[in-house]
Design a protein around this ligand. Sequence first.
Ligand code: ZN
Ligand code: FE
Length: 266
Amino acid sequence: MTSQPHRDLSVLTVPAFNDNYLWVIHDGAHAAVVDPGDAGPIRDALTQHGLSLTAILLTHHHADHIGGVPSLLAQANVPVFGPRNDGIDGITHPLGEGDRITLPGLDLELDVLDVPGHTLGHIAYVRRSPGAHWLFCGDTLFAGGCGRLFEGTPSQMMDSLAKLAALPDDTLVYCAHEYTVSNLRFAQAVEPDNQGLALRMKDASEKRGTRLPTVPSTIGLERGTNPFLRATEPGIVQSLVDAGRLKPGASPVEAFAALREWKNVF
Ligand code: ZN
Ligand code: FE
């Protein structure tokens, strides 16, 4: 606790490209941006809300997450936090599992988790303030789904997702893409009797019908409806077996791998 009163923090949802979300964390004056794949929409959001950029946070090396960094740095020479092992140039604060950062200009501490799978060096950021649990997970966990395994193994991704699933139920999941409805369509195919999933699909479809974001979601909702956090549920294993994608008696990692491969072609 500090003796100074501090301003509440909030998070702006900044859509970019076809289906990316860039996140702006701010206190009404200072702002940190997460995964600025494109500088233009970030600059517009900063101007519109009267914010000055104080930090850049990166989760992994893909262009739709880092592409706007040079342009933002040309205007504001701010620190760049990012993964130590994901091949990104220009990171001033290289990070990995167990690191804790305090964002310049903001009363905000974030813990760093290693979450390999989508890329090998992918990291996630967690806010653990009482009553305000946040997760910025890039392309690791999505609403109703998970990222593709471009570099890591199914076993690595399964461990990474288990780490995220262990966060408190009320943790807000700020993922980087709006893939929710298509993810939930797949989820319903593998778990047709999940009532929570049916409700979630109805809610997500209504939101997308009016172009509203379906994110952030929560860890509790993901644990109940995201098949990639539920790959060992008997009903999901049975669906994989019925679809001829898994042998009976297979290991949890084999079930997870089969689920991910099925989604790739769904
Ligand atoms: Zn990516
Ligand atoms: Fe991405």
